[in-house]
Ligand binder design. Structure first.
Ligand SMILES: [Cu+2]
Length: 112
């Protein structure tokens, strides 16, 4: 029975490796993010900075991974410090994650 057990263990290890492979092949160096999180990066223009509620209104270009065309919408920000980096009228390049339906800006920088 020992040989059979070893074969079974090898098969389980192979299956575990294959199941993990797609996460390691993630794009743009976001390999550490959970597989349930979808993210994309787009250009946009800040329309409003709402510090009290920690939200940004951004007119954004297409966010293909998130299934959105160009539009103006309100995003949450992951870190309140992001609200101090931008002001209405700024052209920005930003990354959005859809974490369980909550569109959250996880990175933002003013386009030069
Ligand atoms: Cu949108």
């Amino acid at each position: 029975m020992k040989a059979i057990n070893t074969t079974l263990q090898a098969a389980i290890l192979a299956a575990a490796f294959l199941a993990g492979a797609p996460a390691m092949a993630d794009h743009d160096g976001h390999g550490q993010q959970a597989m349930s999180v979808v993210a994309d990066t787009a250009d946009g223009e800040i329309k409003k900075v709402d510090k009290p509620s920690g939200k940004l209104t951004i007119k954004h270009g297409e966010l293909k991974n998130l299934g959105m065309g160009a539009m103006t919408m309100v995003f949450r920000v992951k870190d309140a410090a992001m609200l101090d980096k931008v002001k209405a009228g700024d052209k920005v390049r930003f990354t959005v994650e859809n974490a369980n339906g909550a569109m959250t800006v996880t990175a933002i920088e003013v386009a030069k």
